[in-house]
Design a protein around this ligand. Sequence first.
Ligand SMILES: [Zn+2]
Length: 88
Amino acid sequence: MKLKNYMEDAIRNTLDELLEKDVKDACKCSRCRLDIIAHALNHMLPKYVVTDKGHTFTRVAEMQQQFATDILVALTRGIKKVSKNPRH
Ligand SMILES: [Zn+2]
């Protein structure tokens, strides 16, 4: 059994979709991606789940609307912040 922060998967998946569809001018290098994810995670409450697979896959469509909106806001702020001061 493993303890997993489900918020991290949700944020990673949402960032992938955002960078593909909506935010084409943001840097997509691994350093910037991780900085954006860290920023967003620091502004969201963690959601821990116990899983026996060590992995839970969560699509945005399966989430509650407010939850998805909060993630989008946190990621958008992270993208703006990292774009101003990229550390790559
Ligand atoms: Zn970068």
